[in-house]
Design a protein around this ligand. Structure first.
Ligand code: OAD
Length: 259
């Protein structure tokens, strides 16, 4: 039988299963935390995921839209796709999962959100210590001078946009076959090796090197918690797996530390 526990709010009781309780105990005392997120954390904000029946890669070809070769062949087509995604995400807001993660951060001395998402919703929720491992929809990078710039305007006045140096601007996003920025992956893995708790939310766990982070953290002694409606290849690395939607389960999990 699940154990009934006070939810922390007067007059309200929640039924807490033992696994959730076990994860909460670790979370409550942790001073070094990594939160690893994927597309699923933003699903309930309305951002499409990549895999799954409704996922972007079901209807679009990553090879034709998210590679340097595709960009060299047809930069306008690639930019049209990113403009569509920028327009889709621009009006969206962080959901209760993003907000709970942001509210947890000030309580933890060493805290890092390592996200594969390019939507900017962790920062919009107030998270300060965020690494965007796969880049951002809200930055451009010049293919000639390499300058990275913030670009929030939607839609862009010109497609494909050009850098003041005359070079072609691309989205500052890691495309297929490209390495992640070395500093970003170093920092995320360093934090994972030192972490007491690693919370993995809404990732299918198939894209490397990020997919290696939970197992590495566990081998180094971290308590790994997964939140995902489905089992993933990362489930084996997790001591606790909570099956359900991020916007429901993450606030429940973080109830005592994210207020
Ligand atoms: P995916 O689309 O591959 O996986 C999304 C995961 O979120 C799945 O495991 C779902 O079960 C889970 N999910 C769906 N709805 C959820 C919800 N409401 N709450 C919690 N979880 C939910 O996305 P990623 O794992 O982020 O890379 O994909 C990793 C990378 O692959 C992306 O960054 C992208 C893609 O190709 C690049 O573009 C470089």
């Amino acid at each position: 039988m699940p154990e009934a526990l006070a939810s922390g709010r007067p007059g309200r009781w929640a039924v807490v299963d033992p696994e959730l309780q076990r994860a909460r105990q670790r979370i409550h005392t942790a001073t070094r935390v990594v939160v690893l997120t994927g597309a699923g954390v933003s699903a309930e904000s309305g951002v499409p995921t990549f895999s799954g029946p409704e996922g972007l890669w079901r209807n679009f070809s990553p090879q034709e839209l998210a590679t340097q070769a595709a960009f060299d062949l047809d930069p306008k087509l690639v930019w049209e796709w990113y403009e569509w995604r920028r327009g889709l995400v621009a009006p969206l807001s962080p959901n209760p999962a993003h907000r709970a993660i942001a509210a947890w951060e000030p309580r933890v001395p060493e805290f890092l959100v390592a996200t594969q998402n390019v939507d900017g919703l962790h920062a919009a929720a107030g998270s300060q210590r965020v690494i965007e491992l796969h880049g951002s929809l809200w930055r451009t990078r010049c293919n000639s001078c390499r300058q990275v710039r913030e670009e929030r305007q939607v839609p862009l006045p010109q497609i494909p946009p050009r850098c003041p140096c005359g070079g072609p601007l691309r989205p500052d996003i890691v495309w297929i076959g490209e390495p992640l920025p070395e500093w970003a992956i170093q920092r995320a893995f360093q934090a994972a090796r030192a972490a007491e708790v690693v919370l993995v939310v809404g990732t299918s766990g198939v894209v490397y090197p990020v997919a290696a982070l939970p197992q590495l953290a566990r081998s180094a002694g971290a308590f790994v918690i997964e939140v995902n409606p489905e089992e993933t290849p990362l489930t084996a690395a997790a001591q606790v797996s909570l099956r359900g939607k991020a916007a429901e389960l993450v606030p429940l999990l973080l109830e005592s530390v994210a207020r």
